[in-house]
Write a protein that binds this ligand. Sequence first.
Ligand SMILES: *[C@@H]1O[C@H](CO)[C@@H](O)[C@H](O)[C@H]1NC(C)=O
Ligand SMILES: *[C@@H]1O[C@H](CO)[C@@H](O)[C@H](O)[C@H]1NC(C)=O
Ligand SMILES: *[C@@H]1O[C@H](CO)[C@@H](O)[C@H](O)[C@H]1NC(C)=O
Ligand SMILES: *[C@@H]1O[C@H](CO)[C@@H](O)[C@H](O)[C@H]1NC(C)=O
Length: 332
Amino acid sequence: MRISQLLLPLSASVACVVGITNSSYTIADNYNSTNFFNEFNFFTGQDPTGGFVDYQGEAPANQSGLAGYSNGAIYLGVDHKTVNPAGGRNSVRVTSNKAYTKGLFIADIAHMPAGICGTWPAFWMFGPNWPNSGEIDIIEGVNMQASNSITLHTSEGCSLDGTGSVASSVLASTDCTGNNGCSFKTADPLNFGTGFNAAGGGVYAMDWTSSAIAVYFFPRTSIPADITAGTPNPSGWGMPLARFSGSGCDIDSHFMNQNIVFDTTFCGQWAGQVWSNSTCAALAPTCNAYVGQNPSAFAGAYWLVNYVKVFQNSGMAKRHLGYIRPKLTPYM
Ligand SMILES: *[C@@H]1O[C@H](CO)[C@@H](O)[C@H](O)[C@H]1NC(C)=O
Ligand SMILES: *[C@@H]1O[C@H](CO)[C@@H](O)[C@H](O)[C@H]1NC(C)=O
Ligand SMILES: *[C@@H]1O[C@H](CO)[C@@H](O)[C@H](O)[C@H]1NC(C)=O
Ligand SMILES: *[C@@H]1O[C@H](CO)[C@@H](O)[C@H](O)[C@H]1NC(C)=O
């Protein structure tokens, strides 16, 4: 996979249509290969989750090919050449400049860094003074994990149930407080890691309202037409992969001002902590040792994101100007 700074010319294949839709969501932000790195900043502090990682700033990440635009998508990768990097393996963690309270967040992702021992990728949101503004983990998992974990973290006094989620998703804990959070284990191998990548990824959508936080997943071959058309309407999507709701939590006072984050860390408080109990343990005595000694194992540890779109609920159905996205070219 090579990083090219060249953008695909899109204009020729973009068709403009005017139509009536029952969607009440209007687009607020569209992050794609024309603007993503202007709108997201590079976190360069120490990994708060204790990972064996050295997060790079924008210039070094760009120069070493860890971040950039690639064939009309956003590439976020990791170093896969250095043996035993002293301060942890180089990677990137990017955060949106804008913060959001509620909304519909739609990410079209072609590839994710998962199904690799030692990795801990996440697509998530959180706000200031953790956990007081809450955290929403939309895509997260470690090591060889086969399907997604979807988790919320809050300050005290927030307990949510899983009513309205697909039957195969299990809400393992309902108390969203603190480090453990309330977390769904999902079961579909297409929604994470090796299965996700093999199928060309898909679309995740997170619908955050005052009454529920719901996460939907659509594999590449079954993305709803309203999402492709840019006029999303969750009411037609069927049951979400995970839906957190209930009277045990005032969502508005536990979730606010959250930035969007993509990162890939290694080992640390999750991937590292479960290492000895995972199938990865056969590869090396510790997670850090494996990540340090085996750079080539991480060549596939990259995010390739077609877009992240943020919609706000305008409260009523309205007339939309919609754009039909061009057919995406395959990236691998
Ligand atoms: C990419 O995002 C920009 C800025 O939001 C927008 O103007 C443009 O239409 C988007 N391109 C596509 C193909 O959606
Ligand atoms: C990387 O550097 C090139 C050349 O300076 C620039 O065109 C591009 O926008 C940069 N990309 C990122 C992600 O910073
Ligand atoms: C609204 O749109 C969805 C998806 O496009 C569709 O399934 C649903 O039937 C529509 N509802 C109404 C009231 O038209
Ligand atoms: C590892 O597995 C054992 C046996 O199932 C369990 O008791 C222990 O808590 C696990 N340790 C970790 C760190 O998950």
